[in-house]
Write a protein that binds this ligand. Structure first.
Ligand code: PFF
Length: 451
């Protein structure tokens, strides 16, 4: 019997779950999700979001894992090896690489901000400031050139160091330490927020009580886009991590755990943020600056707020780091396996390229503010194009590939670990893969374009 080679990937199922959950849990959960929920009517948005995660998100994550684990390759190599007679599918892998560059470029801007806010909160520079001063601080920081670029480069370098250490000693080890820390800090923040007294009921009502009258087509679309971004699906992150999952691990259970962790963190972030926002009379629908402008004001008004500000921004930094690790790994795995670069060389070169593109995103808050297309800055364009278009388009073609162009028996074989486990829900999964997911994806893409 052939022995299973696990030397290239994660050493355990827990390691795989924590690493992939680390990739999924990120700024999307703690920075993007609360403000999207705030702007799209609260509880009803949450319900729709969870519905999409379960019905489309989990099957799509399984799809990426199947492609990755079957091929044992990076995102480009995967399509090359699974479809040797139709080289055209390699384009889908290249598409994933381009997508990873674009996401990493704008994501690292906000990731860098967290470092600045860790420094500001540790040195008590946010404490005791009037709301106007906090807004001014955020604006003057993001509009300047040097410090945002400095923190962005620092964050990229930190990520590069972890990736250079490798899959087991870098990604898996760091995720095993940081993910439990993240959960601990998040629960600590929840306890603080829930014991503020006033605001708790209102905040929890806003988060959990669905008011369907506030739901319209665009908020449903926003919930769908958010679930994609949050689960990191559609551009190869999970293909890459899938190639590191052990052959004996169950892909359905693993996906469910990751999606569960991801949604849990988003909900806990909501529990941290909304009671506090209501307790201090702030606006839950204030948008992307919710975390960087509204929360520092909230911290200033609460007992021991200085300490909790530090905890919160460290938490945000950790969440961002485990995600940037997964973004860089997509690129480095490709460069190492396809271009035969050394891992350290690949880390440095990919980081340098991302910094060059990412600098444009950083400067689009300041010197390049007026460089706009369709009224959007470079940063906004990168965010919009990737989350709303490229990720759903990537996911659509991925479902077409696995559902329509790859043999069904092979898909069943991979999902059942070569027939060792019973893949009971296989037919249901296959139905979602062939019909439900592509139709839903087509719907998102077309309505996105029409909007
Ligand atoms: N899922 C991450 C978040 O929610 O912050 C964002 C992300 C990471 C998207 C990695 C795509 C990716 F490959």
């Amino acid at each position: 019997m052939a022995t299973i080679d696990n030397s290239r990937g994660f050493t355990s199922n827990v390691g795989a779950i924590l690493a992939a959950a680390g990739g999924a849990v990120g700024l999307g959960n703690i920075w993007r999700f609360p403000y999207m929920l705030g702007q799209n009517g609260g509880g009803a948005f949450l319900l729709v979001y969870v519905f999409f995660v379960l019905t489309i998100g989990v099957p799509l994550m399984m799809t990426e894992f199947i492609i990755g684990r079957r091929s044992q390759k990076n995102v480009v190599g995967a399509y090359k090896s699974l479809s040797p007679n139709h080289k055209g599918w390699i384009v889908l892998g290249v598409f994933g690489i381009v997508c990873a560059f674009l996401i990493y470029a704008f994501y690292s801007v906000v990731a860098g901000w967290t470092l600045n806010y860790i420094v500001l909160s540790c040195s008590s520079q946010l404490a005791g400031k009037e709301p106007e001063a906090i807004t001014l601080l955020f604006q003057s920081f993001t509009e300047s050139s040097f410090w945002p670029l400095f923190y962005q480069l620092l964050f990229l370098t930190l990520t590069g160091v972890v990736i250079t250490m490798g899959v087991q000693k870098g990604i898996e080890k760091v995720s095993k330490i940081l993910m439990p820390v993240l959960f601990f800090l998040l629960i600590l923040m929840c306890v603080r927020s829930l014991t503020l007294g006033e605001g708790t009921k209102e905040g929890l009502n806003f988060l959990f009580k669905p008011d369907f009258s506030k739901l319209d087509g665009s908020s449903i679309l926003a919930a769908l886009g958010q679930s994609f971004f949050s689960l990191s699906i559609g551009m190869g992150a999970m293909v890459t991590y899938g190639s590191y999952i052990r052959k004996e691990d169950k892909l359905f259970n693993t996906s469910l755990w990751i999606a569960g962790c991801d949604s849990l963190v988003a909900i806990l972030a909501g529990i941290v943020i909304f009671p506090a926002v209501f307790a201090f009379g702030m606006d839950p629908a204030s948008g992307p600056e919710l975390v960087y402008i509204v929360l520092p004001n909230v911290f200033n008004s609460m007992p021991a707020g200085g300490l909790f500000a530090v905890v919160f921004f460290v938490l945000l930094g950790i969440a961002a780091l485990t995600s940037t690790i997964s973004l860089l790994e997509i690129l480095v795995a490709f460069a190492v396996e396809e271009l035969h670069w050394k891992r350290s060389t690949a880390s440095i070169l990919c980081t340098a390229i991302v910094f060059l593109i990412g600098a444009l995103c950083t400067l689009s808050f300041g010197p390049l503010k007026d460089a706009t297309l369709f009224g959007k800055t470079i940063f906004d364009l990168f965010d919009l194009i990737t989350a709303s278009y490229l990720m759903p388009i990537g996911a659509l073609f991925m479902t077409i590939f696995l559902g329509w162009c790859y043999p069904k028996v092979e898909v069943r074989d991979e999902l059942s670990n070569g027939g060792v486990i019973k893949a009971r829900a296989f037919e249901l999964y296959y139905f979602v893969l062939r019909y439900l997911a592509p139709i839903a994806l087509l719907f998102i893409i077309v309505s996105g374009i029409i909007n």
